[in-house]
Design a protein around this ligand. Sequence first.
Ligand SMILES: C[S@@+](CC[C@H](N)C(=O)[O-])C[C@H]1O[C@@H](n2cnc3c(N)ncnc32)[C@H](O)[C@@H]1O
Length: 267
Amino acid sequence: MSDWKNMEQWEMVLPPSRPTVEELDRIEKYIGSYSRAEPIAILGSTPEFRDLLYRMGFKKRFIFDKSIDFYQRMSKLLPLHTIDGEQLIVGEWLDTLQKFKGEFRVILSDLTMGNISYSDRYAFYQAIANALVFEGTFIDKALVFDFEVPTIDELFRKYEQLPINLRTINDFSSEVLFCSELVYEKKRVDSTELYCLIDNGEFSDKIKYFSKVARMITPEGFTWDYGIPWSELSNVYSSFYSEQVSYPNEDSKSAYFGRTKQFFNIK
Ligand SMILES: C[S@@+](CC[C@H](N)C(=O)[O-])C[C@H]1O[C@@H](n2cnc3c(N)ncnc32)[C@H](O)[C@@H]1O
């Protein structure tokens, strides 16, 4: 079971595992004309979203997070006054969202879906939609398995040739842990299992080094439900909305190029 208080080095995590500038720009344009009195929710303590809403002058900012520790740690990555006026709602999204019906103009989310087991997805999406006002929008970036998954061999050949820096360590984590054939086969990301497989396998020193330092980005002891093809999940995801617009990650240098989508789901 993932315990987010063990995610200790979030400042090492780079986009696209955090919101990109393009994604934030799109959100800013979308909500730019909204009254600053409209309540807006964020799933998780994502510093970029909190900074954006504060900067834009939104007065009612609700942060939904089960980990007070992680919320506090993320708060330290923000200028002091950004957190003034935020309301932290502590608990599992499945429980806490249910307490808000028809409340939010917008709900923001960055890569949250994998934190919810496949069996709870329907209830999760439903709770989000129910928490929105009529015509409210769920703005969500998701890892969407509709791409050809790279093999582990392909990925290791690629990283063998690359320099080791924070960028490539992040990319190694994104591609090897979250997008490879192993995720597709297991329908799950299990960081402990994957690191163990690399550490005990017949791989080069360089790949083992990448695996060692990737723990800064994705620590051991975390699991996420990813790998089921999007074609099998998208109907339920979309069923709560009257309109949906999506934008693929178009940065060809990104580890999630063609693999994540930013959705604007309108109730
Ligand atoms: C939003 S998620 C994914 C990371 C994302 N890329 C970001 O920028 O924050 C991370 C946050 O969600 C919280 N979280 C994860 N699963 C949760 C759940 N089931 N209920 C409530 N909060 C959860 C964690 O405590 C953490 O603060």
